[in-house]
Design a binder for this molecule. Sequence first.
Ligand SMILES: [Zn+2]
Length: 268
Amino acid sequence: MGFNKISLASLCADICSCMGVEPPRSAEVSGGALKALCGDRLCDRIVMYNPDAQAQWLVEKYPEIFERIISKSRVRLPMATVMPSVTPVCFATMYTGAYPEVHGIRRYEKPVLTCDTIFDAMLRAGKKCAISATEGCSVSKIFLGRDMDYFIMPAGADADELAVEKGLELIKSDKYDLVVIYNGMYDSVMHATYPESEDAMEWLNHHTKAYERIYDTARDIAVSKGHRTLIGYATDHGVHTNEAGRGAHGLDIPEDINIEHFYDIVGE
Ligand SMILES: [Zn+2]
């Protein structure tokens, strides 16, 4: 297994270009795949679903689970995430377009990012942003302090579902240009068990089914309100089984580094 060639750092500028927004100041050059999907016309809405730790090898090994996403995606985007391949480092790169040595989160820690992010870029362009995430998770912490709306669901077994339901509500409200929805239960359960345990696989199923609901809602709202919406299933890093037999990540190995995102445009 080799490493994917396209860096996750090239995603942020690509997302911004779909809305005609100037990317964050430290963003790497756009990969261009999403802009190519957009064609000559811009999108006016973006919905990102961020399920944690969906390794590319899981997509390849379990096509029956991922089929429900693949069938809704015109672009499959294999990428290499950044090192160390842990959640706050990778999401910081996803939403700044910068490598860890530039955005400043270089290990498992969750400070509020001081460098320019996609949310700052969107706000400068007059866009409204919202994050729906679960208490304690990286996405609920590192992007705080911006003039946008944060919906943090209390920790617990139903936190992921609450974050999805809030995300659906935000999409339906038609108030936000960028909606980010984070789910972390597959990650939590595979750390406690192993990547292909029955309980972990149940959550993999849950995340892909959650995306169907998010996709269908975003499409319905885009059609009824006349929007053109970029929508993505966008994970942060992969996973491997460590010597103790548990799910783990953080290493510079293809299992942890190789990820695949899925994108489509719905509406007009
Ligand atoms: Zn993660």
